[in-house]
Design a protein around this ligand. Structure first.
Ligand code: ATP
Ligand code: MG
Length: 310
């Protein structure tokens, strides 16, 4: 079982409209509501690719209930920790080929609720083969949140895959207890190291050799249409992917994270893990809906990926 953690999930509402004009009445043509949040994208991809997965995190109010029902209907196992504040709504207005987003910040979490969640996580993680932490923690939660969760997972020798940015990412890397895998994209890597980094392998090699990454077994820098660059222990890899037609690459990083987690749990070798993770990223990019993959195209994409030691 792989445990996914979504600290600030959402009800993602897509309003499909012919047009959208501010300061005017706009009528919605079609509406879709789904359980959202990066960790839930990872969850769906893991389930679709045949992995046992359990989703946890924080939910509250009627929206929290709706989110759990949605997951139930999709056959996704979940065990969220209940908080007082309402799970947020995130609205995407799709109009004239454009996307206008209105994102709520989500509920503020109290110290008591955070402490309660930590106990809840400890109870769940000890039965799991890996833990995945995705996204920005909600208001009220300290930046060392993922560092704390990693420390707990490591107490039970459970591998941790982390995909976040900013201060929580920095804290987790600096902690004594290291995640086993991290997946920054190039922007998150630049933010972390506070300098420009090109996609050139030599430049990336230098970046991933910085002290901040000491003790992190897998660092996978995703490069969108350019595949990724990775380091596993002392070995560096470039991963070249074929050119594909893309519908929406939103959540492709989450699909890649799902692939890394499954690869670690299944004991894939480096080449297999990198090909699996990139294939899932590409498959997500070929779908309209975030966090979905059509596995009919898996083999043909997988075969076209070239992993090279550098
Ligand atoms: N335009 C694209 N064409 C082909 N493959 C893509 C494209 N975008 C993403 N991918 C695949 O998905 C992987 C992850 O994508 P990306 O680097 O965009 O992640 P990300 O920025 O973390 O995305 P998000 O945070 O929205 O999930 C890439 O390494 C690649 O394999
Ligand atoms: Mg990402």
């Amino acid at each position: 079982m792989i445990l996914t953690v979504t600290m600030n999930p959402s009800i993602d509402i897509a309003y499909i409209m012919d047009s959208f004009v501010p300061d005017q009445v706009n009528r919605v043509k079609e509406i879709h509501k789904t359980a959202g949040g990066k960790g839930l994208n990872v969850t769906r991809i893991l389930k679709k690719t045949g992995n046992k997965v359990l989703a946890t995190g924080l939910t509250g109010g009627k929206n929290g209930e709706f989110l759990k029902e949605q997951l139930d209907h999709a056959g996704v196992l979940s065990d969220f920790y209940e908080i007082k504040g309402d799970t947020r709504n995130c609205i995407a207005i799709l109009h004239e080929g454009k996307q206008t987003e209105i994102l709520e910040a989500g509920p503020a979490v109290s110290q008591e609720e955070y402490a309660g969640f930590i106990d809840h996580f400890q109870m769940l993680v000890q039965r799991c083969a890996a833990a995945v932490f995705s996204g920005t923690p909600p208001r009220g939660i300290e930046d060392d949140c993922y560092a704390c969760l990693t420390e707990i997972a490591k107490k039970y020798s459970v591998p941790v895959i982390l995909d976040c940015s900013g201060a929580p990412f920095l804290k987790a890397l600096k902690s004594e207890y290291k995640p086993d895998a991290v997946k920054p994209n190039i922007h998150e890597l630049q933010d972390l190291l506070n300098r420009e980094i090109s996609k050139d392998p030599e430049c990336l090699k230098e970046a991933l050799s910085e002290k901040i990454f000491d003790g992190i077994a897998w660092i996978v820098v995703s490069l969108g249409a350019d595949g990724c660059f990775a380091k596993h222990h002392d070995t560096f890899y470039t991963v070249k992917i074929p050119k594909i037609s893309v519908i929406s690459p939103v959540g492709s990083g989450d699909a890649t994270v799902a692939g890394i987690a499954a690869g670690i749990v299944k004991g894939m070798n480096d080449e297999e893990l990198l090909k699996h993770a990139n294939t899932l990223g590409m498959l997500n990019a070929q779908e309209k809906e975030t966090g979905t993959v059509n596995l009919d195209h898996y083999d043909s994409l997988y075969r076209q990926i070239i992993v090279t030691k550098v």
